[in-house]
Design a protein around this ligand. Structure first.
Ligand code: SF4
Length: 115
């Protein structure tokens, strides 16, 4: 199976060709090793950083922005969003506070201060 991808690791945006077969995965078009690893990951277990918001229960009409501290598998994104939608936090909240520990392999952390 062949796939064409654009590497998103750095602004250069190399156009990658990936040839996946049972024996090995061949990547061309990458200007550095990071592109090869990106292409392999994208074709075998693509991951994304999830960013969203969580309700602040003791502040009227207030949400705090959050994100996964590390990327999660694309297949787990709906599970992550579902769980985040169920919860609320109590202010004060500081950037970097862990809102949920180890959700599908990643901590959910605050990206905004709420006094
Ligand atoms: S392959 Fe390397 S140089 Fe090219 S976009 Fe990816 S990280 Fe940047």
């Amino acid at each position: 199976m062949k796939r064409e991808l654009t590497c998103i690791i750095c602004p250069r945006g190399c156009q990658l060709s990936v040839d996946i077969n049972k024996e090995n995965t061949e990547v061309t078009g990458n200007a550095c090793p990071k592109g090869k690893q990106y292409a392999i990951d994208e074709c075998t277990n693509p991951t994304r950083t999830v960013t969203t918001t969580v309700r602040v229960s003791n502040r009227e009409d207030t949400m705090v922005s959050v994100k996964t501290a590390t990327p999660v598998s694309k297949k787990d994104i709906f599970k992550v969003m579902e769980k985040i939608r169920e919860i609320s936090v109590i202010a004060p909240v500081k950037i970097g506070d862990v809102i949920i520990k180890n959700l599908c392999g990643a901590d959910i952390i605050a990206t905004k201060n709420i006094d």
